[in-house]
Design a protein around this ligand. Structure first.
Ligand code: KG4
Length: 345
C-alpha cells in the first residue's frame, strides 16, 4: 500500500507545504522564502518571520490541497523544534487542524533530523549507522545516526552556526543577506581567475591572512565559527581595500579546513558506510567537493541532497515523518527549548 503524507515547514524563514509518496517521491513542494523581507535587516527578524508564515501558509495550502485529489493522506508531519517559537506555532496549529480534518496521523518532526533524511527524496538509501554533518543558519553539528529518532550529537558548535558566520561575514564585506551564496560566488570568481583546483590549495592556505580555526572540548573537536568572524573584522579594519573575491575565498577556505579537520576525527572514530551532508550550507559546491573527497579517502559514500533540498522545505519533513508513520513511532517534545535534544516513544 502506498503511503501519502503532508510535510509542513515553518521553523525559520521558509514556509513550505509538501505532499510526498512513500517518504521518497515529491508530488508537490512549494516553498516561500522570506529572504526579501529580512534582507534589509541583515538577518531574520522573528516577529516578521511569524507574520509572514501566517500570511503565506494558507496560500501554500490552497496551492497544495488540489493536488491531493482523492488521495487518502496517512499522516501530517510538521517541524516542531528547533526553531523560532512564533514561526513554529503557525505550522504546528495548521498541521493539527489538518490532521483532524483529513483524519490523518499527526507527526511532530525534529527539524535537523528532517534535513539529514532529505537525500532519500532523490533516491538515496539512508542505511544506518551514518555520520550526518548538518550545517545551516542556526545549527552546526555532526551526528551519529543509528536509526530513526536515534541521533547522537558528536560535535556541536560552541558559539555561532556555520551559516550564521557566513551571513555575518558577508555583511562585514558589504554583501547582501543571506551571505552564504554571495560569498561562494565571490570566492568562485577568485578561484577561476587564479585557476585554483579544489584540493590543490596548499599554496593559498599558506598565504591565507585569516587564522586557522581550532576548538576542542574535553579533548574532542567541536565547531567554533565566531572567532574567525572577529578575525575578519579586524583584518578588514586594517586592510579596507583588500580584494573582496580573494577574502571570500580565504574565509571559505578556513571554514572548510575546520569542518574537514573535525569530520576526519569522527570518521576515524566511527567506522560508518555513509556520510550525509545537509542543511542550507550544504548547497556550497566548494565545501561539498572537499567533503566528498574526504569521504572517498575513507571509503565512505558521500550523500547530499541537491541544493534545492538543502535549504528548508516541507518535503524533507514529510520524508522523515514517513518513518515515524510506518514504524508507529511518535516524536514528542520533551522541552520547548531551542536545543537539539529530543526523544520518541
Ligand atoms: O537550512 P537553512 O535554509 O535555514 C536554517 O538556518 O535552518 O540554511 C540557511 C543558511 C544561511 O546561513 C545561508 O547563508 C546558507 O544556509 N547558505 C549557504 C549557501 N546557500 C545557503 N552557505 C554557503 N553557500 C551556499 N551556497
Amino acid at each position: 500500500m502506498d503511503v501519502f503524507g503532508i510535510g509542513i515547514e515553518s521553523s525559520c524563514d521558509e514556509t513550505s507545504v509538501a505532499v510526498v509518496k512513500n517518504g521518497r517521491e515529491i508530488l508537490i513542494n512549494p516553498i516561500f522564502s522570506q529572504t526579501e523581507i529580512h534582507q534589509p535587516f541583515g538577518g531574520v527578524i522573528p516577529e516578521k518571520a511569524s507574520r509572514a508564515h501566517l500570511e503565506k501558509l494558507p496560500h501554500l495550502l490552497l496551492e497544495t490541497l488540489p493536488s491531493l485529489k482523492n488521495l487518502k493522506m496517512h499522516y501530517i508531519a510538521v517541524t516542531v523544534k528547533p526553531g523560532l517559537v512564533g514561526s513554529l506555532l503557525v505550522g504546528y496549529n495548521t498541521a493539527l487542524c489538518l490532521s483532524w480534518l483529513l483524519q490523518a496521523k499527526f507527526i511532530g518532526v525534529h527539524h535537523l533530523e528532517a534535513h539529514l533524511y532529505a537525500p532519500q527524496l532523490t533516491g538515496h538509501e539512508m542505511n544506518h549507522p551514518f555520520l550526518g554533518l548538518l550545517l545551516s543558519g542556526g545549527n552546526s553539528a555532526i551526528y551519529l545516526v543509528q536509526g530513526i529518532g536515534k541521533m547522537d550529537v558528536l560535535c556541536d558548535t560552541v558559539d555561532d552556526a556555520c551559516g550564521e558566520a557566513l551571513d555575518k561575514a558577508a555583511n562585514l564585506m558589504g554583501l547582501p543577506y543571506p551571505g552564504g551564496p554571495y560569498i561562494e560566488k565571490e570566492a568562485n570568481l577568485f578561484m577561476e581567475k587564479e585557476k585554483i583546483m579544489v584540493g590543490f590549495e596548499e599554496k593559498f592556505s599558506k598565504q591565507n591572512p585569516l587564522p586557522t580555526i581550532q576548538a576542542a572540548k574535553e579533548d574532542k573537536p567541536v565547531f567554533s565559527f565566531s572567532g574567525i568572524k572577529t578575525a575578519l573584522l579586524y583584518f578588514l579594519q586594517k586592510n579596507p581595500h583588500y580584494p573582496r573575491e580573494k577574502l571570500c575565498y580565504f574565509f571559505l577556505q578556513r571554514l572548510t579546513e575546520h569542518i574537514l579537520h573535525n569530520l576526519r576525527y569522527y570518521l576515524q572514530k566511527y567506522p560508518v558506510k555513509n556520510l550525509v551532508f545537509s542543511g542550507g550550507v550544504a548547497a556550497n559546491q566548494y565545501m561539498r567537493k572537499h567533503i566528498e573527497n574526504l569521504a572517498t579517502e575513507f571509503g565512505v559514500s558521500f550523500i547530499s541532497p541537491p541544493p534545492s533540498l538543502c535549504t528548508d522545505n516541507g518535503a524533507m519533513v514529510a520524508a522523515v515523518g514517513y518513518w515515524y508513520y510506518v514504524n508507529h513511532k511518535e516524536f514528542y517534545v520533551k522541552k520547548v527549548e531551542s536545543d537539539n535534544s529530543f526523544s520518541f516513544k
